[in-house]
Design a protein around this ligand. Sequence first.
Ligand SMILES: NC(=O)c1ccc[n+]([C@@H]2O[C@H](COP(=O)([O-])OP(=O)(O)OC[C@H]3O[C@@H](n4cnc5c(N)ncnc54)[C@H](OP(=O)(O)O)[C@@H]3O)[C@@H](O)[C@H]2O)c1
Length: 284
Amino acid sequence: MITVFGATGTTGAPLVDALLAKGVKVRAVTSDPAKLDKLKAKGCEAVTANFTDTAALEKACAGADRIYLVTPAHLDMRQWKANAIKAAKAAGVRHVVLATGLGASPKAGLTFGKWHSETQELLKESGLDWTFVQPTYFMQNLLWQAGSIARDGVYHDDLGGPVSWIDARDIAEVAAEALTGEGHAGKGYGLTGPEALTGEDIAAILSEVTGRSITSAPLAPDEAKAAMISGGMQDEVAAAMVELASIAPKGYLASIETTVSDVLGRPARRFRDFVAENRDAFVK
Ligand SMILES: NC(=O)c1ccc[n+]([C@@H]2O[C@H](COP(=O)([O-])OP(=O)(O)OC[C@H]3O[C@@H](n4cnc5c(N)ncnc54)[C@H](OP(=O)(O)O)[C@@H]3O)[C@@H](O)[C@H]2O)c1
């Protein structure tokens, strides 16, 4: 049995699908009882547990050999993951595949890298087997502004430099392999897509795929932060997002990792294909 936390989320949902496709028994966890039926319809067990409820977390881990642990980007995410790691240990879980972020390490200089590193170190100290999946920006983030791209024909670029975007389905498939295969314990998997793209590159792909003229317009850090806060993100988390984006113009988010092809034996998905699959979202 594998327990998947964050099972309705951007990486958790395709992970449940990938594990079920491998014929593995899955227990999907949500904090929202209204989502249980949809999860069960996939063919897995489904339970509710909030990251604040240690007893429910332990129940969600009972009988599971391995778990996938992801939380949303949230000020409490270190405490939430600490609760889940404690519950996993108490329930007898052997191996935790932990979703963090590219660059997370004790040497990290940026807030997200430090936050994620704290949890990575905690998991190492727990004595459980661990694998870290450390992705860069998700291609799926583009869907956050699909409405305005469709309406105005403008891609708002808050990065201002090249980024090696990854498809969240590739993160999920690497996690699925780490959860079911051998030889992944003690590994930190930095994950990127196969190419680094600027805002202009993304606008060109959107234009080509939709047949519309879509331009890229820079989005200033203050505007980006305000947009994230108005979308429900906490102030400090939005500030950490803006801080991370600030290193893109220097080229620091452009590195390409070969982990997806190394682990899965096939190339990482390309941005153009992601846009083509989601074409309707970018058209009025
Ligand atoms: N987006 C990016 O570009 C990017 C890049 C690098 C790293 N990351 C990292 O990736 C992580 C986010 O991954 P993701 O996008 O897969 O996650 P996500 O979709 O943001 O969230 C996963 C799930 O967590 C559940 N959840 C929310 N609050 C909860 C609570 N209190 N208790 C239990 N479950 C709760 C939600 O499902 P329910 O409503 O069903 O409970 C949600 O679907 C963050 O740590 C972020 O820093 C993101």
